[in-house]
Write a protein that binds this ligand. Structure first.
Ligand code: HEM
Length: 465
């Protein structure tokens, strides 16, 4: 990988990690060869980000294909909003996800994307998301009970958060389905993500299509299982009586394109259902895990958040009605999403020749928005590596295209408000009742495969507040 132009003669050692900065990855400071990039990226995709991506507005290079990393808010706005048609999601992204979620909302382009987005939009309206909050409160309560039962022994928080968010997403999609076995679906998704992650390294670095992709060959069994479970859930639900509070699957079944009246077929419903499950639970679990890690890292902020949560909740579990009374908890979630964005790199393929951030872009080039580097770019953020939730106290002061945990423009994450509501309900409930402390010598390492995960786990102890 050869970034150009070089910012200055690169030192040959990683950037020093200053003290009292939460976990971060020392980004590469020397131009690496293609082979070295591949080897580094096998373990951690963040290794393809050069350190200068946190200091400059654009970095370009060539690894099989020409690529550009954009950290310039105006250029990013062009790609995600103004010139959307010229920058569809890259083949890499689509190749990885298509076997699991077909031509669903996440992957489709043009007219096929547009009608699905219009049909699915009401599913995530404020009213519908608020109505699903009791499922999130119940998961928060169950998680609190599990963590409390450890009686001060270290708990691996990421596992707990995955359990919580998986419970939420399956309760709002697959509940009532006879054939559904939560553990089985979970294992299938895990196996798929692990396999797909291996594929992504090859695809993102632009290696030729003829090279065998190990994951692609192994993902088959888990995919078939996931699809058959989702198919039976959709079929069963078509004939089930209407419920008082419709869940995501009910709402999706009712969804129609307001312009054409078109509704989704069973395979389309199944693919979108799987999209919600795959896109929705791990990302939110990661946000919560990093947020709790940060709270344990900074006891002072944790105490202030606890005071806020205790005042708002008075010993109860958080509900949707409490959200307005939990601004600091929300800021902690926002800051966790800045420091550890679950979708660490977005990738597009240019369709036409263009100029972005002063750089010549040719049709076929890969245009990356490395959210991890954007969120830590020194031109855009003060003390970018520090944990400071207060930077979100005045949202208007945060430059819109400098902070993109959910993307932006027409393809912005459709589940963002669902995820934020779930994260604040679970975080506030846990902080109001427990004091979280780090475990000596157990700092998680941010490692990106498909999402930005805490390698080594988030090990924390907790005691009653
Ligand atoms: C903290 C949690 C989440 C994060 C950080 C996140 C992040 C993102 C990002 C960055 C994108 C845009 C990708 C791109 O432009 O290339 C996206 C799209 C999407 N997300 Fe999320 N997501 C989260 C939760 C959810 C949830 C809970 C759901 C559904 C239940 C969901 C469903 C989707 C879908 C369907 C899309 C594609 C939308 C479209 O292209 O029209 N996400 N998400």
């Amino acid at each position: 990988m050869t970034p150009h132009p070089p910012a200055s003669p690169p030192p040959s050692f990683p950037t020093r990690v200053p003290a009292r900065v939460p976990a971060r990855v020392p980004l590469v400071t020397e131009p690496a060869s293609i082979l070295k990039s591949l080897l580094l990226a096998r373990r951690n995709l963040l290794a393809i980000l050069p350190d200068i991506a946190t200091k400059q507005a654009v970095v370009s290079g060539k690894t099989g294909v020409r690529w550009h990393m954009l950290m310039d808010p105006d250029a990013i706005r062009r790609v995600l909003l103004e010139d959307l048609e010229n920058y569809p999601k890259s083949d890499a992204t689509k190749n990885i996800l298509r076997p699991a979620i077909g031509e669903s909302l996440f992957i489709a382009e043009g007219a096929h994307w547009r009608w699905q987005r219009r049909a699915a939009a009401p599913v995530f309206s404020h009213r519908n998301v608020t109505a699903l909050a009791p499922v999130m409160s119940a998961a928060a309560e169950a998680t609190l009970a599990r963590i409390s039962s450890a009686k001060g022994r270290p708990v691996e928080i990421y596992d707990e958060m995955v359990r919580a968010t998986f419970e939420v997403i399956t309760n709002v999609t697959l509940s009532g389905s006879d054939t559904f076995d939560a553990a089985e679906v979970h294992a299938a998704i895990d196996a798929y993500i692990a396999a797909a992650g291996k594929v992504s390294l090859f695809d993102i670095l632009g290696l030729p299509q003829w090279l065998p992709r190990p994951g692609r060959l192994r993902g088959g069994g888990s995919l078939r299982l996931m699809k058959s479970i989702a198919d039976s859930a959709v079929t069963a639900r078509r004939s089930a009586p209407a419920k008082d509070t419709p869940d995501l699957l009910d709402l999706l079944l009712d969804g129609e394109d307001p312009e054409t009246g078109r509704t989704m077929s069973t395979p389309e419903l199944r693919d979108n259902l799987l999209t919600f499950i795959v896109a929705g639970h791990e990302t939110t679990a990661l946000t919560l895990s990093w947020a709790l890690y940060l709270c344990a890292f900074d006891q002072d902020i944790q105490k202030r958040a606890r005071d806020e949560a205790q005042t708002a909740l008075q010993g109860r579990t958080a509900t949707a009605d409490d959200l307005g009374k939990l601004p600091l908890c929300r800021m902690i979630i926002d800051e966790a999403l800045r420091l550890y964005p679950p979708a660490g790199i977005l990738s597009r393929t240019a369709q036409v020749d263009d100029t972005l951030a002063g750089r010549e872009v040719r049709a076929g080039d890969t245009v990356m928005i490395p959210i991890y580097a954007l969120h830590r770019n020194a031109l855009l953020w003060s003390e970018p590596d520090s944990f400071n939730p207060e930077r979100f106290a005045n949202r208007k002061a945060v430059e819109r295209y400098a902070y993109l945990p959910f993307g932006d423009g027409p393809r912005i994450c459709i589940g963002a408000s669902f995820a934020l509501q779930e994260a604040v309900i679970i975080l506030a409930t846990l902080l109001s009742q427990r004091v979280f402390k780090p475990v000596e010598g157990k700092t998680p390492e941010p490692v990106m495969i498909l999402t930005l995960r805490p390698e080594g786990g988030v090990w924390l102890t907790s005691e009653p507040a």
